[in-house]
Design a protein around this ligand. Structure first.
Ligand SMILES: Cc1cc2nc3c(=O)[nH]c(=O)nc-3n(C[C@H](O)[C@H](O)[C@H](O)COP(=O)(O)OP(=O)(O)OC[C@H]3O[C@@H](n4cnc5c(N)ncnc54)[C@H](O)[C@@H]3O)c2cc1C
Length: 437
């Protein structure tokens, strides 16, 4: 099968439009309204933001991750990669294009598993970018291993119509302070392994029994940033139809959002890392020390070459994963998505660190976005599961393709290969290896 990431010229024209629009119209919002992308719009921000969203809609580019059934264009993952790598340069761009995490994944869950009433209530607002949502799974005692989760949901009464009562604590629930609804993961059957005994619930903000105990910001973020909250659920009553999917399907439901989210992050990371490379290259040509520009120093040249040789294969890996998603579906691309998730963190971290180094002192100041990019690289190695856990999962997936051999002698053991070759060719050869005399 041919690998083909090409797109038609009409789409290239769209990418050109996005590039110019993001650079000229959207990136200024990052300076004007820093860390405000996830705040509900006040009149002042709306004056700037709504006309830009309107322009995106008029170009047919709103919510480019969505299929036509949800009002998107059905671009598919390869084209989405090419769009998202441009959007990755700006923290406001995903909002302006209606494709911001975690709302994209939450909308996907709602569309797939929500009741008509839940969709009517939230999906339109979410897809139009008017409301935000929260995914509440990680617990204070640990996020990497769901087996330590203790948040429980129990029926208040018998029968399938009985309400659920949810009790427990969740941590690092992003945007909880501004969310209109929450998707909460809770154990409904503690007698089976957690992957079969957890369920997801759709919970409106302000439901009695839900308390935001604290909100933590990422390092350097302002206090008005919606941040990541510690939430207590205390006998929180939700109706029977708050459950998304079937009881016990919670992890399958959660996974259905996480895979898409991970590759979307990787797509945006390409653009962010490219931004750091551009900054590093320009600075190295502009700054002089010890008789020549930084660009003339071989160690700085190595930074630029190393960054390119990391970014280029990462971009190809993301495009390849996207192509697999388009041609064979997301489940067929599990290993590739996992690899991109692991790579994204390392590539951004490495490149941001080099770009900071080339900028010298100003590189670590609040004047440049580079320290934030470095933090972004670290965050990518934790959010949606730490890199270590993804490596374990990836290795398990890859190892399924192999069967164990002879425990004494490795497959490529020379004596065994010689015996096999002799057995294959018999009298045709009298010595191995068959070197010319
Ligand atoms: C910016 C940000 C936003 C987030 N948003 C959300 C959100 O909206 N909703 C939500 O539910 N959660 C969210 N999270 C939480 C995230 O999913 C967890 O941080 C992640 O799953 C890791 O859990 P933990 O932080 O409890 O670390 P722990 O589980 O305590 O792990 C700590 C470290 O242990 C190591 N480790 C873990 N497992 C293994 C292993 N198998 N092998 C080797 N080493 C290992 C890793 O180095 C890991 O970083 C967010 C996190 C961040 C940073």
């Amino acid at each position: 099968m041919a690998w083909d990431f090409s797109t038609e010229p009409e789409f290239e024209a769209k990418l050109d439009w996005i590039r110019t629009f993001v650079r000229d119209e959207v990136e200024p919002l990052d300076t004007l309204f820093p860390s405000c992308a996830f705040l509900p719009l006040d009149d002042e921000r709306r004056t700037f933001v709504d006309p830009l969203k309107q322009q995106v809609r008029e170009q047919g580019l709103w919510a480019p991750h969505l299929g036509p059934e949800l009002g998107g264009q059905g671009f598919g993952a390869v084209k989405l990669t090419l769009i998202n790598e441009i959007l990755g340069r700006s923290s406001w761009a995903p909002i302006i294009f209606g494709t911001q995490a975690p709302d994209t994944g939450n909308a996907e869950i709602l569309a797939r598993f929500g009741t008509q009433e839940q969709k009517d209530r939230y999906l339109t607002g979410l897809l139009s970018g008017e409301i935000f949502s929260c995914f509440s799974m990680t617990e204070p005692q640990g996020g990497s291993d769901p087996r330590v989760f203790t948040t429980r949901a129990v029926r208040d009464g018998s029968g399938e119509d009985a309400d659920w009562l949810v009790t427990g604590r969740k941590y690092f629930s992003s945007n909880a302070s501004v969310a209109s609804f929450f998707i909460v993961v809770a154990i409904t059957d503690p007698d089976v392994p957690v992957h079969k005994g957890a369920s997801t619930f759709l919970v409106p903000a302000g439901t009695p029994g839900m308390t935001i105990e604290a909100t933590h910001q990422l390092f350097g973020a302002p206090s008005y940033d919606p941040g990541h909250s510690l939430i207590r659920y205390d006998n929180m009553r939700v109706p029977a139809d708050a459950i998304l999917g079937e009881p016990g399907q919670g992890f399958a439901v959660a996974q259905s959002r996480l895979a898409g989210g991970r590759i979307h992050h990787a797509m945006r990371t390409i653009g962010l890392a490219q931004h750091a490379v551009d900054m590093m290259a320009r600075r190295s040509k502009s700054r002089f020390t010890q008789g020549s520009s930084l660009a003339d120093k071989q160690l700085v040249q190595a930074y630029i070459a190393d960054s390119y040789t990391e970014l280029m294969p990462f971009r190809l890996a993301v495009l390849h994963a996207a192509w697999l998603i388009d041609t064979q579906g997301e489940p067929a691309a599990r290993a590739e998505i996992g690899a991109c998730k692991i790579l994204a963190s390392k590539v951004l971290e490495n490149i941001a660190r080099r770009a900071i180094q080339v900028h010298g002192a100003i590189g670590v100041s609040e004047q440049l976005p580079l320290a934030n990019m470095l933090l972004g690289g670290l965050v990518l190695g934790m959010a949606d599961g730490p890199s270590e856990a993804h490596k374990v999962n990836l290795a398990r997936l890859l190892l399924k393709n192999y069967v164990a051999g002879d425990p004494d002698w490795p497959d490529e053991f020379l004596d065994n290969r010689v015996a096999a070759v002799k057995a294959k060719y018999g009298d045709l050869i009298d010595r191995v290896p068959a070197l010319p005399l």
